[in-house]
Design a protein around this ligand. Structure first.
Ligand code: PGA
Length: 247
């Protein structure tokens, strides 16, 4: 089955690393059926584009401004990303929610801005540990979806991939169980059917401590369209194995 395999380099690597990373990834995943996306810092686009050209690997950003242009020193707009050859952007990552105080309202604005400029969006949702322990995870994720998808039309969902990333699983070496993933992905699809209609198609991927040992059984889950891989994507050999697998 064809899957979507996304790497999130976060604030790791430097631009000059992208020559070797891109060339190796392109060579090692040539012929793979999967859709492969590398989400990288803004500074890396130029080099990555140069060495990914001719491969089917797509470039993603990790953040975007909610505003179109103007007096926003230090911000990067959706049209700048588009013009730099970027196809995807991550919106709502838990690290941005917690460290940079991004709210569902802001994430909703960023989502709208990115879609309006023709970018595809990897939209992250997921609960923290306390919420899960208090059995509030389903309600929490449902509310996140309701709030971030406000005003988004059904046809725009073709350009959205929902990433279920339980916060307690990110960078901790502890993934959610297969049962928990299946349950939450089922709930996400149900909520989309409720907000739109039963026939609405949506891609859902899982992220949180996927590595070279556990990737196969998680990504092979029929309910999942793929995975968002953070730490393990820094090693291009490991990420290539995950990205070229036949699921
Ligand atoms: P991780 O990160 O794979 O290192 O847990 C996932 C992510 O948030 O991108």
């Amino acid at each position: 089955m064809k899957k979507i395999i996304i790497s999130n380099l976060k604030m790791n690597t430097v631009p000059s690393d992208m020559k070797s990373y891109s060339m190796q990834l392109a060579t090692k995943t040539a012929g793979s059926k999967n859709r492969i996306i590398v989400c990288m810092p803004f500074t890396h686009f130029h080099t990555a584009k140069q060495f990914l050209d001719g491969s089917k690997i797509e470039i993603g950003a990790q953040n975007v401004s909610d505003e179109e242009a103007g007096k926003n020193t230090g911000e990067i707009s959706a049209s700048m990303l588009k013009d730099s050859g970027v196809s995807y952007v991550i919106v709502g990552h838990s690290e941005r929610r917690s460290k940079f105080k991004e709210t569902d309202r802001l994430i909703n604005k960023k989502l709208k801005m990115a879609l309006s400029q023709g970018l595809k969006v990897i939209l992250c949702v997921g609960e923290d540990r306390v919420t899960r322990e208090n059995k509030g995870a389903c309600q929490f994720v449902k509310k996140q979806l309701d709030d971030v998808l406000k005003g988004i039309y059904e046809n725009e969902l073709e350009s959205v991939i929902i990433a279920y990333e339980p916060i307690w699983a990110i960078g901790t070496g502890k993934t959610a169980t297969l049962k928990d993933i299946e349950k939450m992905v089922g709930l996400i699809r149900k909520e989309i059917a409720y907000l739109y209609n039963d026939k609405t198609q949506i891609s859902v991927v899982y992220g949180g401590s996927i590595d070279i040992k556990n990737y196969k059984k998680i990504i092979s889950l029929p309910c999942l369209d793929g995975a968002l891989v953070g730490g393990a994507s820094l090693d291009v050999d490991n990420f290539s194995v995950i990205a070229r697998e036949n699921y």
